[in-house]
Design a protein around this ligand. Sequence first.
Ligand code: ZN
Length: 243
Amino acid sequence: MAKKGNKSAPGGRLSVNGQHLPTSDGCIATYRTGKPCSIPRVSKLMPYCGKCMRTGDPSLKAVKHPRFGKILIAKRNLPKGYYVAWWGNLLPKKKIARKRMEWALETTKGMVDAVPYDGSQLKYCACVGPNELPTIDFAPNSDVLLNRGEDKAAVMFRTLRPIPRNWQVDMMYNKDEKSTDEFFQEQGICRGDVGTKRYPALRKKNADPPVWLKATGMKKKATKKKVMNMKLKTSKSRSKKSG
Ligand SMILES: [Zn+2]
């Protein structure tokens, strides 16, 4: 890990987590050692270098889930407050294909379509199930790099809590549980827990142990310590997905 403090680096100032800041000239990706990517970003408003745009942040990885297609996991122990950008083509709402609209990110400056880009990793982020806690959400300065009229756009997200290596980076797709359930109903998908033995997801404090733990015969008491005791932020106002 980089040292604390906003000391200057070749790509600009670093966050307390050792990342180049969203408003710097550096790529916000980090290597699995925790060191910031040393390649300059492609443009002021796109917080990744060309390589990280193609292959993604080395500290994250899209992997196959046994039931839900691809999901996003941490490739190292990620700290709270780690920045990840949801980036893609910036399109006016009326120009985006209907089929893609449900999965595009809605912003005040238009829709961000990440589908054409394998390296845009947040689109793989699973939605937390009813017993699970989200680990990433919009950063407070989420629109700091947004500018209407650009071809591409990046929206800033930030981890809500530390994420251990191989655990899932999950989000709440809509602003709260109710609207997320409605979103899934509209898509004709059943919203279920996404954590697996290989790629666990953080569970709510009072949730039962996950099915893959039950299957091995472990009792609730024995698993309670596995659940990190953290509180879910309750104030959310923005809608993440259209629909
Ligand atoms: Zn990079």
